[in-house]
Design a protein around this ligand. Structure first.
Ligand code: TXA
Ligand code: MG
Length: 345
């Protein structure tokens, strides 16, 4: 029932794109690669198609979706106001992994925005996503193409594992490059707030709109009752309990080792998700080790994080132990955020 169409990630064939675009026009669901993670797309202006996304994902209806468009020229009909700052950010970062929350226009169905007065919009840069949006010539609502509370999919196989039989088409363009979801910045309220850290951080946004205060406040604001329910910690949780170790690397690793030994002594099975530099110290453990790659290379860690979380989860261990990444690279900040969400219960 779910058809997987293999496409060249750089130069997808016109026939597959046309079939996927037709499917969207007919109210169907198409999963497609973006540079961040795979999205599950539906015609954004067709409320019934949008409802199918929520059904397929088992996503709570109060969690709003991002609308994907082919170019900045497609934004105006969807928003009540397209402020100068948003235009400047679009010019600098689109196409790319930045989502902007703006005041919505009347045309955007309440199903997309979960009844909010704002709408999240982005122009993805992945050639398959771009080609699909250009051919479909409609705005496409697309959350990450995972079942609710599973890690976001970075490969077509992840989409298939979660959504086989529930969606119409998967465009398989291979693994995504960034591997973490886009930065979400709210430009509809003051101060402008980064609701979800990603490859583009607050400092990069600030450098473009220096007259504007952009703060990072996802978690704080969410717990104060801000209407961004998708920021709930549980959203990214794997099913194996995950314990996170933070702070100075040598100290955190020591603590992780102590924890691992305690669980192993109790006869439990342990999986450790580890940076390559830690592997030597961990080899003496009777634990399964899954590598996250080099801690000093945050882009490569980001690109494999969700696949590693899924792989760990599939081992069905009693506990999953992870030392969190250090450093102030934008993607290190984003990885720390995702691992904290995954660890929270
Ligand atoms: O990289 C990405 O952004 C991927 C790809 C497919 O584009 N999409 C994605 O969508 O991660 P999703 O639905 O998994 O995450 C969307 C996030 C959620 O945290 C949601 O709460 C937030 O954006 N969001 C959407 N509309 C919003 C709004 N009007 N106000 C505040 N937050 C909003
Ligand atoms: Mg998601």
């Amino acid at each position: 029932m779910t058809e997987v169409l293999r496409v060249d990630p750089e130069n997808p064939d016109a026939e597959s794109i046309a079939r996927a675009a037709d499917c969207l026009h007919a109210g169907g669901l198409v999963a497609f690669p973006t540079e961040t993670v795979y999205g599950l797309g539906a015609h954004a202006l067709d409320p019934r198609a949008v409802q199918r996304i929520f059904a397929a994902k088992e996503r709570p209806p109060n969690d709003p979706l991002i609308i994907h468009v082919a170019s900045v020229d497609d934004v105006a009909p969807l928003v009540a106001e397209f402020p100068q700052a948003a235009r400047a950010l679009a010019n600098r970062f689109w196409p790319g992994p930045l989502t902007m929350v703006l005041r919505r226009s009347e045309r955007v169905p309440a199903e997309v925005t979960a009844g909010l007065e704002t709408v999240a919009i982005r122009v993805p840069s992945h050639p398959v996503a771009r080609s699909l949006l250009q051919h479909a010539r409609i705005p496409v609502a697309a959350p990450s193409a995972n079942r609710f509370s599973r890690p976001s999919p970075t490969r077509a196989a992840h989409v298939l594992a979660d959504l086989d039989g529930r969606i119409d088409i998967i465009l398989d363009g291979g693994p995504t490059t960034v591997g973490l979801e886009s930065t979400v910045v709210d430009l509809a309220h003051r101060p402008s707030t980064v609701l979800r850290p990603g490859a583009i951080d607050a400092a990069a946004l600030d450098a473009v709109v220096s007259d504007m205060l952009i703060v990072s406040g996802a978690v704080e604001r969410a717990t104060e009752g801000m209407p961004s329910p998708g920021m709930l910690a549980k959203h990214y949780a794997p099913s194996t309990p995950l314990k996170l170790f933070e702070g100075e690397p040598a100290v955190a690793l020591d603590e992780l080792l102590r924890h691992a030994r305690r669980h192993l002594d109790q006869g439990q099975s342990v999986v450790v998700l580890a940076f390559s530099g830690d592997l030597e110290s961990l080899r003496t453990l009777r634990a399964r080790l899954i590598t996250l790659g080099d801690e000093r290379d945050p882009p490569s860690v980001a690109s494999r994080l969700y696949a590693a979380l899924r792989e760990s989860d599939e081992l069905g261990a009693d506990i999953l132990l992870v030392r969190n990444i250090t450093g102030d690279h934008p993607l290190s900040t984003a990885i720390r955020d995702r691992l904290r969400r995954a660890a929270a219960l």
